[in-house]
Design a protein around this ligand. Structure first.
Ligand code: SF4
Length: 297
């Protein structure tokens, strides 16, 4: 089971670098609340654990390989080297958390792990059809970013990769191991990227020139050129989400929002939309939080 991560910001008005903040929000948790306020509550307020999922862990392993690939000299960043890094990356993850192996039933474990590793290899292979890492020198990988808004709401998250061109232009890159969304859902996918762009703009004073989502599930790249108006609108949206979270915290009213997400939700058994009963709310609710799988889809 994956257990919820502890955060430095677990109470209202947590001091961060000597500044009192009202709360902290990451794109993942903001996305949870937008999709289903009750899911947000289960993950962030109740901090309920969730079973590991092969899809999510595939994302973790592939992200790790793509992160480490850039430690190699440029000429060595080949498909073969990336493939050779895959199994050791998985073994290191299992060594850190043996519970990961529970994803695969004990009876057919060997075959299931082998199939799953094959699926990871396909995803990695697809990466090389989209980019040539021998021609890239990222400025940052798995970068933790944060900024405090005037409202004292702390925004934070992990950016997969930042490329900086010789003229200083910034490209924010995020890898997704799933498939690119239908056009109708692109805005939702871009929210996370605009969130990061806002944080980078606020901390570096430069609006990123390009936001790039690399979908390794089907080999598509979604690109977006943000401007200041976009990022100001994102800031207003993030503030509005935060106010809605605060209202739910104060009222204790976390509404379920049943939809397609329920298919993957680990908490259906205790969800009223599925005939379940949520546990009593913890005595002291905590603020929104940053999850350890921030950059992993
Ligand atoms: S089962 Fe659906 S409605 Fe219930 S908490 Fe999960 S996502 Fe929300």
């Amino acid at each position: 089971m994956s257990t919820p991560s502890e955060s430095p910001a677990t109470r209202m008005s947590t001091a961060v670098d000597g500044v009192e903040v009202l709360g902290a929000l990451s794109p993942s948790r903001a996305g949870d609340f937008l999709s289903c306020p009750l899911l947000y509550r289960f993950r962030t307020v109740d901090k309920l654990s969730e079973p590991f999922s092969p899809d999510a862990v595939r994302g973790t392993v592939v992200h790790k390989v793509l992160e480490d690939l850039f430690d190699l000299p440029a000429a060595d960043r080949t498909p073969g080297r990336a493939q050779a890094m895959l199994e050791p990356a998985w073994e290191r993850l299992v060594a850190e958390d043996p519970g990961l192996e529970e994803m695969f039933p004990a009876d057919g474990e060997g075959a299931q792990v082998a199939d799953w590793l094959t699926s990871c290899r396909s995803v990695l292979e697809r990466y090389f059809t989209l980019e040539d890492p021998r021609r890239l020198e990222p400025a940052e990988r798995e970068l933790y970013v944060e900024t405090l808004l005037d409202s004292r709401l702390l925004l934070r998250g992990f950016v997969d990769r930042i490329d900086v061109a010789p003229d200083g232009a910034i490209r924010v890159v995020d890898y997704k191991t799933g498939r690119a969304p239908h056009e109708m859902f692109e805005a939702k996918a871009l929210f996370q990227m605009k969130f990061y762009a806002l944080v980078i703009w606020r901390t570096r004073g430069v609006v990123p020139a390009m936001l790039q989502l690399v979908y390794l599930g089907n080999g598509e790249i979604l690109r977006y050129v943000p401007d200041e108006r976009d990022l100001l609108a994102t800031e207003r949206k993030v503030e509005a989400i935060w106010h809605a979270i605060r209202r739910a915290q104060e009222s204790g009213d976390w509404q379920p929002s049943p939809g397609r997400l329920c298919e993957w939700c680990a908490h259906r058994a205790i969800c009223p939309a599925w005939g379940g009963t949520p546990p009593p709310l913890p005595v002291r609710e905590v603020e929104s939080d940053l999850s350890a799988d921030e950059s992993v889809d």
